[in-house]
Design a protein around this ligand. Structure first.
Ligand code: ZN
Ligand code: ZN
Length: 372
């Protein structure tokens, strides 16, 4: 039986988001309905609102979520009703050319649900990143659900589903950080802060956090940065070199994704070092690099898609490390808010006053937000 639930929808470009009723139909074959418990507010949700992703309005926002499977469609074997899951937006297919060559984290044909959620008038919704979890219930492909330890509170666990995984994976997977290496992270919002925390976890001895805002540098310090550089008042490349014996860092993560920060990352790495781009550049961003130095400095310039993660491998690992007190997901939860408070949360995100605002659903906060 279809469910009518409250959800946050972006109806038209640049307009404030709305809390409306949507219809979540029964899951089709291979699909499941998840009762969302918590969902983080991510930059990408806002990119949808401003038309930066596509023009397929209306969007059902939210994609950084944890919840409980409440209904399964025909043939679902991956999860059962009652399973506690974190949602992922790259459910690998197992059969594309990337999967077939043994690199499923690059999967070129990831799965989403094909059954459509709609507005009450029948208008089909486009779920953000194929998830749409600022909603009491959402409908996803079974492979988008990754079981994790239910001891992890949903506000923290859900963050593993996007920003935290992107940042941590940029260091652990794409950057292949080794014990004792030096790392610089440029841009210390949610993704960059996760990169800093992962660098500490992996045993980096020098971890340099770079940002324009002292508040974010302070957060990065709490997560493991050994040094901080304020890019507004200091020469980023010179400072990173100075802090790494004059050489540059073994790994530089660009979590900002603008031409100026990429250039800094390129220049601030050691010979044979790695640059990993994880910040999503605005369409049309271009950069000029000296080709002789691209060659002469060696190493690699890589991009991290979703932290080049495998959700089934990496989500439970990060959640377990969290429960063991070794990866502080709680530090990313700056505030919890109701489902009606997504628009103000976008403002706080733009100001840089939060690492993450997390919508809680079905709790007191959720109920309060819903009335607003
Ligand atoms: Zn594939
Ligand atoms: Zn995201």
């Amino acid at each position: 039986m279809p469910h009518t639930v409250q959800a946050v929808v972006s109806r038209t470009k640049d307009a404030p988001v709305e809390l409306v009723n949507i219809i979540v139909p029964d899951p089709g074959p291979g699909e499941v309905v998840v009762d969302v418990a918590a969902c983080g507010v991510c930059q990408t949700d806002h990119h949808y609102v401003v038309g930066g992703v596509s023009d397929d309005f209306p969007f059902l926002l939210g994609h950084e979520a944890a919840g409980t499977v409440s209904q399964v469609g025909e043939g679902v074997t991956h999860v059962e009703v009652g399973d506690y899951v974190v949602l992922n937006w790259r459910a690998v297919c197992g059969d594309c050319r990337a999967c077939n060559r043994g690199e499923p984290w690059y999967c070129f044909a990831t799965h989403n649900a094909t059954t459509k959620m709609t507005l009450e008038d029948g208008t089909e919704l486009t779920p953000a990143l194929g998830i749409g979890a600022f909603a009491e219930k959402t409908l996803v492909a079974e492979g988008q659900c990754t079981k994790v330890d239910p001891a992890a509170r949903p506000e923290a666990a859900g963050l593993v589903g996007c920003g935290v995984m992107a940042g941590a994976g940029a260091v652990l997977n794409t950057g292949a950080l080794k014990r004792g290496e030096s790392v610089a992270v440029i841009g210390c919002g949610g993704v960059g802060a996760a990169a800093v925390a992962a660098a500490k976890l992996a045993g980096a001895t020098t971890i340099i956090a770079v940002d324009l805002e002292d508040r974010k540098l302070e957060w990065a310090k709490n997560l493991g940065a050994t040094h901080t550089v304020n890019a507004g008042s200091e020469d980023v490349v010179a400072r990173i070199r100075e802090l790494t014996g004059g050489f540059g860092a073994d790994l530089v993560v660009d979590a900002a994704g603008v031409a100026a920060t990429y250039r800094q990352a390129f220049e601030a790495r050691d010979l044979a070092g790695r640059v990993v781009l994880v910040g999503v550049p605005a369409p049309g961003t271009e950069i000029t690099l000296p080709l002789d130095e691209v060659f002469g400095r060696g190493g690699s310039l890589k991009s991290a898609w979703y932290g080049d993660c495998l959700p089934e491998r990496d989500f439970p690992m990060l959640v377990d490390l969290y429960l063991q007190g070794r990866f502080d997901l709680d530090a990313f939860v700056t505030e919890t808010i109701g489902i009606g408070d997504v628009e103000p949360a976008f403002e706080k995100m733009k100001e840089g006053s939060v690492l993450r605002s997390v919508v809680t659903i079905g709790s007191e906060a959720g109920a309060k937000g819903a009335q607003a």
